[in-house]
Design a protein around this ligand. Structure first.
Ligand code: GDD
Length: 409
């Protein structure tokens, strides 16, 4: 039996995702028309003998209630949200719900970060993990040497795939192989986490006995029940024949900023071609709009037949797209209205926003730059014939003049 656990974090973790995380938890932000967390959950569905999916986070329960009940019905596998009273770290959070996870007596636990975009090759990883016979297997990818320091860098044995060395976000270059935040563990992982708790308690007791040292290290000490999977578990277990790696050659991205979400939407839309082609719009040329490349249009959205849409466009529920509108590489959220002949390129248009006739909302499309995409927060109104370029607009603004390279507060 296999239990899947997806770490969804909490509100303080989503600050870089503003202004889009102001009214929806980041894990529920749509990529390719489906909540971010939906993609790893669908990937779990094909794991043989999967009995339960848990989402663990410190968001309010009600924020996930609707999603969790809808997805449980759809998958016919129970999906449940478990709320931490406070952050316990990526391993502490898992340990906190050990009793729930072990209820199903799993032989394996699949653990996923929710803020990664991947093809999640879980069945193949599970097979490899069984061959290795260790406590855990990490999904690994090769990235450019310049970007590696944003991640956990690691060295693995090229023959046995054993994890030999692990450093979390090192200051000096270690390796261009990085931790993807996707893991398979045996239930022994709980013993390893318990070991860190015990160590922490011992150190805390020693400090209490030695008050001079306590003064010195009080600022450095982490709470006893706060355990990070990377620094506290992976680093010390590397080179002990307990952890192994599985390298993917497929796509992988970390989703920390809204800009990257446009790129991830493109990756998931491309994946739909193989997995769920019925989710992609296909212009039939007569009564529907002109569709170019991969496009998702929610069934409740109304798109004028003279609009031209794509590639990489996702249009959410109840959006209205007017005559002659051109959309390229963008995410249009629920209840947006885009009026006649407006153009939207490399942008995210927030819930209930409106874009006036002949207006342009666009950016250069550099996903890593701060203003590389234009973002309109919730309920922003761009009036007719206004141009907004490389800008971020906070919720509830009305723009009646044009802007470029600005954050509009
Ligand atoms: N429930 C819960 N409670 N979730 C948490 C907590 C917590 O206290 N802390 C972090 N998380 C979740 C985050 O939402 C995220 O999905 C995952 O755990 C990892 O978050 P961080 O610990 O903040 O690490 P990171 O995202 O900066 O980096 C990790 O992931 C990278 C891959 O995306 C590291 O493991 C890196 O080594 C790795 O490359």
């Amino acid at each position: 039996r296999v239990v899947a656990v997806i770490m969804v974090g909490g509100p303080t973790k989503g600050t870089r995702f503003r202004p889009l995380s102001l009214n929806v938890p980041k894990p529920l932000f749509p990529l390719a028309g489906q909540p971010m967390v939906h993609h790893p959950i669908l990937a779990c569905r094909i794991i043989p003998n999967l009995v339960q999916v848990y989402l663990i986070g410190f968001y309010e329960e009600r924020e996930f209630a609707l999603y969790v009940s809808a997805i449980s019905n759809e998958l016919r596998i129970p999906v449940r949200y478990l709320r931490e009273d406070k952050p316990h770290g990526s391993a502490g959070g898992l340990y906190n719900f050990k009793d729930y996870i072990m209820e199903d007596d799993p032989s394996h636990i699949v653990l996923l970060n929710c803020d990664v975009c991947s093809s999640f090759p879980l069945p193949d990883m599970l097979e490899a993990h069984k061959r290795y016979g260790g406590l855990g297997t990490l999904l690994v990818i090769k990235v450019s040497a310049e970007s590696a320091n944003q991640f956990g860098e690691l060295v693995a044995d090229p023959v046995t795939n054993e994890l030999l060395h692990y450093t979390e976000k090192p200051e000096t270059f270690v390796s261009d192989r990085i931790n993807c935040g996707v893991y398979i563990f045996t239930p022994e992982i709980f013993t390893a986490i318990q070991g860190v708790f015990t160590q922490r308690k011992d150190t805390a007791n020693m400090r209490r006995m030695n008050s001079f040292e306590a003064l010195q290290s009080a600022t450095k000490a982490l709470p006893v029940d706060y355990v990070r999977l990377d620094q506290d578990i992976l680093s010390p277990l590397a080179g002990k024949k307990q952890l192994y790696t599985y390298e993917t050659l497929d796509f992988w991205e970390q989703i920390k900023t809204p800009g990257i979400s446009i790129k991830c939407s493109a990756l998931y839309l491309a994946q739909y071609r193989h997995t769920t082609p019925h989710l992609l719009a296909s212009g039939d040329g007569t009564k529907s709009a002109t569709i170019i490349g991969d496009v998702f249009i929610h069934p409740s959205a109304k798109v004028h037949p003279t609009a031209k849409i794509g590639p990489n466009v996702s249009i959410s529920a109840n959006a209205r797209i007017g005559a002659g509108v051109r959309l390229i590489s963008c995410i249009i959220l629920d209840d947006v209205e885009i009026k006649e002949n407006a153009v939207v390129i490399h942008s995210i248009v927030g819930w209930k926003s409106s874009i006036g006739k002949w207006s342009r909302v666009q950016a250069e499309g550099d996903y890593n730059a701060k203003l590389g995409i234009t973002i309109l927060g919730e309920a922003v109104a761009v009036e007719d014939e206004v141009v907004v370029v490389n800008s971020i607009v906070l919720p509830n603004k009305t723009l009646n003049v044009s802007f470029q390279d600005e954050i509009i507060l």
